[in-house]
Design a protein around this ligand. Structure first.
Ligand code: DMJ
Length: 668
């Protein structure tokens, strides 16, 4: 394998295999590892804690060195910030940032308390975006939807806002004639108060995008095949069961359809988008007695609707997003303000999972991009406030290990629980991702987020990084009560992309070095399997024995759920380094998906055995993220246009839904 570095600066001195580690955990046979889905839980956390308790490595005596480390991290963050703000793009070897894509957040967002009477989102004048046949703008139809969907409060809000808009229009006059502001032209006197609009780059995505190249056309073909199955056998339902040609429900919200909206827009699938949009308009109703998982529904439904709004400019999606966001809010009504995992969007009853009062750390800390954006667009501060309260709270908690967080948090006490177990995989992964991405979303000003992210990357290097034998693949393992396990979830393969993104935004160059090495490893996790597809979990070999391979797979971990993380990181690595080998690797992956997961009658299926190309054992399920993430990232990976969803203009949520980076405030 090319690209594995021989000298790894980030590995702590003296780190290396000593003796074979004792097995740390027993796992139930079906280790699907999805977060928040009771049926897919894979951990035995309580027994893990008990088993390792005596040997706990989380010493209370760490407090002193940790505060010193923290001080150093703050210093490092300050230096990085100075560097980010002070160095030119050329000096940083970064592509120059695009001009701001959106007006600055309204004043009210910056300091909500100062503006108690601030108006919520004004109804947007519709500025035509994208090709005409996607501009589904019949006002009467949309008004009808609004009448059906919206609450009384919302009607009042809209009424107020209309008044505001009228006032604004009459202010703009020349020799007695009213001049309507043009799209993108804001009068200086009103500019600071202009409501946020859909991203100004959105039109480019379809109108000026280069025609798809051969590999992109292959992605379009894959998408069409997946969509055909969904359309035929699962239309309006959550997930396609491609083998039995039926469907399964999770929340009953047309999850696949919503997750796929922005992918269709980006791939230029206008007919499909239009049909899906019609379903959203006519059929998607949130007034139903159903429990949804806060995290999963936020990243997929709220994130999907918000990005569909930004790309299409269609207010239907924003209205739906706001309605849905309102229905998620009861989840935050807990003694600690750490949200419950589940909320009933019809009744407003929120609760933790049946077996615990805890929430998952990654879940409560990976809803912020979406809630913050919803507040910015609607002018309603409550979404952002509730989500940021969680961030502040988690920031201040003890129980971390050099920036690494435990996997559970109590909704009663607000404290971490099941302490001493640290992973970059399930239940913690996107905590790290959202530290960085919120910092980017907010214009790189929120230094607390940066500090926590930088500290965590140091924690990863110090505690979780090792190299395998014999090929010396750099990987991220896990730590349970001081004992290292060479186990890595495929989920961890989001990390190379996140590290590369941080380096692009001015963070230390060794983050990029580490990103490249981990990318090689994630590629090998796929490459070394007989189907070319990664299993859900691998264990790395730490001992130099000639008959051992680097990547080992336990029978219970052999499944592949069509997950996106490898191709997600390939997209970032290619976009930010320009190295075509990442596109070639992605191309191999697409071939493997086609060879082993494509179901002839339509759709793709997760499989149970990535080691048996003759019988990969389809599991009869197409996860919504295959359309929302995997195929979208493949399409973007195969593009050579850095401005197709520029990483200086957009930040992708953890379900691959692009949200705009907020412009820095004027004068900053
Ligand atoms: C997606 O829902 C998201 O990417 C999430 O962050 C992790 N799990 C799946 C994909 O693997």
């Amino acid at each position: 394998m090319g690209g594995v570095l021989t000298a790894l600066r980030w590995l702590p001195a003296g780190v290396g295999p000593a003796k074979p580690p004792a097995p740390l955990r027993a796992r139930p046979p079906d280790a699907a590892s999805g977060r928040g889905r009771p049926g897919r839980l894979r951990r035995c956390h309580v027994s893990d804690a008990a088993a390792g308790g005596a040997a706990s490595g989380l010493h209370l005596g760490d407090a002193e060195p940790r505060s010193e480390l923290r001080r150093q991290q703050k210093l490092a963050a300050a230096l990085v910030l100075e560097a980010v703000n002070g160095r030119s793009a050329e000096e940083r070897k970064m592509r120059p940032a695009d001009p701001p894509v959106l007006p600055a957040p309204q004043k009210a967002d910056a300091n909500p308390e100062d503006s108690p009477g601030v108006l919520p989102q004004k109804p947007q004048r519709h500025f035509r975006r994208g090709p005409p046949n996607l501009q589904i703008r019949a006002p009467s139809k949309d008004s009808r939807d609004r009448r059906q969907d919206d609450t009384k409060q919302r009607d009042e809000m809209v009424g107020d806002a209309r008044q505001e808009e009228n006032t604004q229009r009459t202010v703009v006059s020349w020799r007695g004639a009213v001049i309507e502001p043009q799209p993108g032209t804001e009068l200086p006197s009103r500019k600071a108060e202009a409501p946020p609009r859909p991203s100004s780059q959105a039109p480019r995505i379809q109108s000026q995008a280069a025609p798809p190249n051969e590999r992109q056309r292959a992605v379009i073909d894959a998408f069409r095949h997946a969509w055909a199955g969904y359309r035929k056998f699962a239309w309006g339902h959550d997930e396609l069961k491609p083998v039995s040609r039926s469907f399964s429900e999770w929340f009953g919200l047309g999850l696949t359809l919503i997750d796929a909206l922005d992918t269709m827009w980006i791939l230029g699938l206008k007919k499909e988008f239009e049909e899906a949009r019609k379903w959203v308009s006519k059929k998607l109703r949130f007034q139903k007695d159903v429990d949804v998982n806060l995290f999963e529904s936020t990243i997929r439904v709220l994130g999907g609707l918000l990005s569909a709004y930004h790309l299409s400019g269609d207010e239907l999606f924003l209205r739906k997003a706001e309605d849905f966001g309102n229905r998620l809010m009861p989840a935050f009504q807990t003694p600690s303000k750490i949200p419950y995992s589940d909320v009933n969007i019809g009744t407003g009853a929120a609760h933790p999972p049946r077996w615990t009062s805890d929430s998952t750390v990654a879940e409560v800390t990976s809803i912020q991009l979406e809630f913050r954006e919803l507040s910015r667009l609607t002018g309603r501060k409550k979404f952002q406030e509730a989500a940021e309260e969680v961030t502040r709270h988690v920031h201040s908690l003890s129980g971390k290990k050099d920036g690494l967080v435990p996997m559970f948090i109590s909704t009663h006490s607000g404290l971490f629980t099941h302490m001493g177990v640290f992973t970059l995989g399930a239940r913690a992964d996107s905590y790290y991702e959202y530290l960085l991405k919120q910092w980017i979303q907010g214009g790189k000003k929120e230094t607390q987020l940066l500090e926590d992210y930088l500290e965590a990357v140091e924690g990863i290097k110090k505690h979780l990084l090792r190299r395998s034998e014999p090929r010396k693949l750099t990987f991220v393992g896990e730590l349970a009560h001081g004992r290292f396990s060479a186990k890595m979830d495929h989920l961890v393969c989001f990390l190379p992309g996140t590290l590369a993104l941080g380096a692009h935004h001015g963070l230390p160059a060794d983050h990029m070095e580490l990103a490249r090495a981990l990318m090689d490893t994630c590629y090998q996790m796929n490459r070394q399997m007989e189907t070319g597809l990664s299993p859900e979990i691998v264990h790395f070999n730490l001992y130099p024995q000639s008959d051992h391979k680097d990547v080992q797979v336990k029978p219970a971990d052999r499944h592949n759920l069509l997950r996106p993380e490898t191709v997600e990181s390939l997209f970032y690595l290619h976009r930010l380094t320009g190295d075509p080998k990442y596109q070639d690797w992605g191309w191999e992956l697409l071939q493997s998906f086609n060879a082993y997961t494509r179901v002839p009658s339509g759709g793709y299926s997760s499989i149970s055995n990535v080691r048996d190309p003759l019988n990969p054992q389809p599991r009869d399920k197409m996860e919504s993220f295959f359309l929302g993430e995997t195929l979208k990232y493949l399409y973007l990976l195969f593009s050579d246009d850095p401005d197709l969803l520029s990483l200086d203009a957009y930040v992708f949520n953890t379900e691959a839904h692009p949200l705009p980076i907020w412009a820095p405030p004027r004068g900053a």
